[in-house]
Write a protein that binds this ligand. Structure first.
Ligand SMILES: [Zn+2]
Length: 88
């Protein structure tokens, strides 16, 4: 089980959170007309080995969206910030 260090609530069990997906995906510009760019944005994700940025929602706590930096191999969390304070 993961223990996620919420910046507001402190260290909490993973069961209080809901996974929100890859936080490193960049949305195409609204003027983008290439369907492949939108298909990549909506459907395709990498499966990185190592450090990875993820969205987590603290559903049973402060209800804030977080950006968590986690190693996908060791599950060590090396950073956690409020998503609203992270520039896209
Ligand atoms: Zn929290």
């Amino acid at each position: 089980m993961l223990r996620i260090p919420c910046p507001i609530c402190g260290l909490r069990d993973e069961t209080e959170f809901s996974y929100g997906g890859d936080a490193s995906v960049k949305r195409p510009a609204m003027a983008e007309t290439d369907p492949k760019a939108w298909m990549d944005y909506v459907f395709y994700r990498g499966n990185p080995r190592g450090r990875h940025l993820e969205y987590w929602h603290h559903v049973q706590g402060c209800r804030q969206w977080l950006v968590v930096e986690r190693d996908t191999v060791s599950h060590v969390i090396s950073g956690c910030r409020l998503a609203r304070e992270v520039s896209p």
